[in-house]
Ligand binder design. Structure first.
Ligand code: NAP
Length: 353
């Protein structure tokens, strides 16, 4: 695919939050996209970004955005693509207003993920679900579009299940998550609640993992989604890790499958030429680490610039068929990095107005 002849202007909604800051960092120097607007709540609007953001990234705040004045989260903004990292409670009308006004909105919020005309996309898993967009535009009378990212735990899980589902048919899974505190935004969970502790509840997360996994691994024909029939039992836990969700998964298949077959299917899962042409696609979207004590969040989350999902401990399961451990960087592959890769795919397919 030929790269765009000039950088495409993009805006970030929720630019001051945890995911918003990750967008700012990942888009700094992006070869296809140029940040031209930052927006947040009325609390931040009208002031320079550097004055209102509590910058928590480990790289310096990019100079190009530091002096940019934060805009209110309403159209029009100059970006043709609008990334949304808004607080979910207020995001629905704002995201729809931008799509109606002609922007291509790629959102991290949960609000539209399960809508029957909204593609929920991971390029390596189901990029063809973007084929629903003409139906979305016609049905809603939009000139723009709305595309959603899955929840951060689901992103890692679906990346690993997709090649297994293609090869063998996944029937049922049990997944336990150990989710980082950055997944709760800023300031998130109080330090006195999470240090020296594990919290065995994340509101709405288990339901999201079940529903979104089945949509991601399902089919899309003639503008209609048919969810995969996979029974998902999810247990979600918040743990005192800053970034990186670890998930232990037991998988049952439609037929008997061995750990070696699972390992080979994961190793064979290479991105297509189109996906390889996208700047955010890592060389290896999935890495199988043979070491017995890996993956670990602190050591493995930055693999592939945070876009690679690491899998380890593939072994027989005495209850289902095979068990494994996976690690996903929740604010990169599970949020901002994935949204940027989705936007790159939209550009490569000619879907951006
Ligand atoms: P966060 O740190 O709490 O940031 C929330 C952002 O929303 C801030 O920029 C805030 O701006 C803005 N905001 C709040 N109220 C607003 C209003 N009334 N109008 C306009 N803007 C408003 O949250 P986060 O963790 O970055 O998450 C952002 C979204 O991504 C959420 O929907 C979350 O569920 C989703 N998500 C997060 C992760 C993750 O790993 N953290 C992963 C996947 C998806 P002010 O600073 O001006 O208040």
């Amino acid at each position: 695919m030929t790269p765009p002849s000039s950088r495409i202007p993009v805006a970030i909604l929720g630019a001051t939050g945890t995911v918003g800051q990750k967008f700012v960092r990942l888009l700094d120097g992006h070869p296809w996209f140029e940040v031209v607007a930052l927006a947040a709540s009325e609390r931040s609007a009208g002031r320079p970004y550097a004055d209102v953001v509590r910058w928590r990234e480990t790289t310096p705040l990019p100079e190009a955005v530091a002096k940019m004045v934060v805009a209110p989260s309403e159209p029009p903004l100059p970006g043709r693509i609008v990334f949304s990292a808004l607080e979910a409670e207020i995001a629905t009308p704002i995201e729809q207003a931008f799509a109606r006004a002609g922007a291509t909105v790629v959102t991290n919020t949960r609000n539209h993920r399960m809508a029957e005309d909204v593609p929920l996309v991971i390029p390596e898993v189901n990029g063809h679900h973007l084929d629903v967009l003409p139906r979305q535009r016609a049905g809603r009378g939009w000139t723009g579009a709305l595309v959603a990212n899955p929840n951060c735990s689901t992103a890692g899980l679906a990346m690993v299940l997709a090649p297994l589902h293609r090869a063998f048919g996944v029937d049922r899974i049990v997944v336990n998550t150990m989710q980082a505190v950055s997944g709760a935004g800023y300031p998130g969970v109080a330090s006195l609640d999470i240090l020296d502790n594990v919290i065995p509840f994340i509101g709405g997360e288990e339901e999201k993992i079940a529903a979104e996994t089945c949509k991601l691994l399902g089919d899309m024909t003639a503008g209609t989604f048919r969810n995969a029939a996979i029974a998902v039992s999810a247990h979600t836990n918040r743990v005192p890790v800053i970034d990186g969700h670890t998930e232990t998964v037991s998988v049952g298949f439609a037929r008997r499958v061995t750990p070696d077959e699972v390992r080979h299917a994961l190793l064979a899962a290479a991105p297509s030429d189109l996906l390889r042409s996208l700047p955010s696609t890592p060389e290896h979207p999935i890495v199988v680490d043979p070491r017995p004590d890996r993956p670990q969040p602190r050591l493995d989350r930055d693999r592939g610039r945070g876009m690679t999902v690491t899998v380890g401990r593939i072994r027989p399961c005495p209850v289902l068929d095979v068990r494994l451990v996976l690690l996903v960087h929740n604010t990169i592959r599970g949020a901002a990095g994935l949204a940027i890769q989705d936007a790159e795919l939209l550009v490569a397919r000619g879907d951006v107005a």
